[in-house]
Design a protein around this ligand. Structure first.
Ligand code: SF4
Length: 271
């Protein structure tokens, strides 16, 4: 098959966080993470991306910074796809000023998530504080390589979701994407983390009412991946969007999992 123009590479299923709502599909289907491709395997995937005319590669995980060969893979991608947009999504726990500079030299855009403020530890399943992440966001902005930020709204951080948005703006995020936790991955077994549609609409309203921080932002309204063929009808009835329009998964973008298998989106299963 021919890859679409935008491809996400899930370089590893390993992660040093334990987010209880983590969307990664291998929490439901562990075999989709095994065996993990080695450096040569990912370089071969990148060669196919180049042959298929891919224009946009996003490296993610798990936590991609846990891979010791990350820069070897990225350098191969930059060499093979000199004009493509390359991006890295990281939880930023290992991101340093030196690494930000290294990514900037290679023209690799950076994205991360701010999972909470007072709830950061509970949201990441760690004992970490949000403060280091905000410091990294600020430093990246000072280095003229600002980071895109995603916010996932859950029952736990609902009360501070608007503060999280403001913190991302004030820390120098280049763009912000906000969405509710999706009924997939770990959250499929723990739906108590999911907010209601009304709670989500309230968060959107309160963010829109903030003073203009001059940071572009967008909302993702999906509560469940409507393409997944294994979704029980009762789950779709509960979390599906009655106004859902067909999404472009598999047409304009696709995902290669840790074992090299292609899927149409982060939340879907292989064909
Ligand atoms: S959501 Fe991201 S940071 Fe959290 S456990 Fe999953 S891969 Fe790790």
């Amino acid at each position: 098959m021919r890859y679409p123009r935008h491809v996400t590479l899930e370089l590893t299923a390993r992660c040093n966080f334990r987010c209880p709502y983590c969307y990664c599909i291998w929490h439901e289907y562990p075999d989709l993470a095994k065996p993990e491709l080695d450096t040569d395997g990912w370089n071969a995937v990148i060669d196919k991306c180049a042959a298929d005319g891919v224009r946009d590669l996003l490296f993610t995980g798990g936590e991609a910074l846990l891979r010791k060969d990350l820069f070897a893979i990225i350098d191969h991608a930059r060499h093979t796809l000199p004009d493509a947009t390359l991006s890295l999504f990281t939880n930023a726990s290992r991101l340093t000023e030196q690494l930000i500079k290294a990514f900037k030299r290679r023209r690799v855009r950076l994205a991360t998530s701010l999972q909470g403020l007072r709830t950061y530890g509970a949201m990441t399943g760690t004992r970490r504080s949000y403060k280091r992440l905000l410091t990294i966001l600020s430093r990246a902005a000072e280095l003229k390589w600002p980071i895109a930020v995603s916010l996932t709204v859950t029952k736990a951080n609902l009360h501070e979701a608007v503060d999280m948005f403001a913190a991302a703006v004030l820390s120098g995020a280049v763009t912000i994407q906000v969405g509710p936790v999706i009924a997939g991955g770990r959250a499929r077994a723990s739906q108590e983390w999911m907010v209601t549609r009304q709670e989500w609409e309230d968060v959107k309203e309160r963010i829109r009412a903030l003073p203009d921080g001059r940071v572009p932002y967008s909302f993702c309204d999906e509560f469940i991946c409507e393409c997944r063929r294994d979704t029980p009808p009762e789950l779709l009835a509960k979390w599906g969007d009655p106004n859902h329009t067909p999404c472009p998964a598999g047409k304009s973008f696709g995902v290669i999992g840790p074992n090299g298998l292609y899927r149409t989106c982060l939340h879907s299963l292989p064909a």
